[in-house]
Design a protein around this ligand. Structure first.
Ligand code: ZN
Length: 183
């Protein structure tokens, strides 16, 4: 097991995960952050449909790019996703826990949106990325941000879109298996 992960293993037996905070990727500060009224009942999976990210440098460049695009091209208040995960399995804070995102129109107030960084029409998500997301989810349930009986959906399940890409969509069963085996 990775040194950092071992250090971060929670007392309650949950595997936990390090989340790289907004400040570490130089996110633009935003003033308006609407809070979710209750724990989210769904996790909606996206892909960024941009370049593959295996290093911190590639990922941070992409995070900055997405935040700029979401604010200036889509007129969102902030980067739309609650979290993003790269292929090295590093999780980055987008809007974070308990904040309404802008990622799945009619479901933003009842869900957490996580984007895998890359284009998963052709590329498959790494096991590291899936494992990190699994740990993030367990943390979210333990802390009350996600309801224990939450469901995992791909963006395409709730909107007319290809997102999160064929390869990632077909890997969601692996994610569900990981969660069931480690929780
Ligand atoms: Zn999407």
């Amino acid at each position: 097991m990775h040194e950092r992960e071992r250090d971060m293993t929670g007392a309650a037996g949950y595997s936990t995960v390090t989340v790289i905070p907004r400040s570490a990727w130089k996110a633009v500060d935003v003033q308006t952050r609407e809070r979710l009224h209750e724990a989210a009942d769904k996790l909606i999976i996206h892909h960024t449909a941009l370049w593959s990210c295996w290093s911190r440098t590639q990922s941070i460049a992409q995070l900055i790019h997405i935040q700029q695009a979401h604010i200036h091209e889509r007129s969102f208040a902030d980067i739309g996703y609650n979290f993003l995960v790269d292929q090295a399995g590093v999780v980055y804070e987008g809007r974070g826990w308990g904040i309404v995102g802008a990622h799945a129109k009619t479901h933003n107030h009842t869900s957490v949106g996580v984007a895998f960084m890359g284009n998963f029409n052709d590329e498959a998500p790494s096991l590291q990325a899936l494992s990190s997301l699994c740990a993030l989810i367990q943390h979210g349930v333990a802390k009350g941000y996600l309801q224990p009986d939450f469901v995992i959906l791909g963006h395409r399940d709730v909107a007319d879109t290809q997102c999160p890409g064929e390869k990632l969509y077909s890997s969601l069963h692996t994610l569900k298996t990981l969660i069931n085996h480690t929780s």
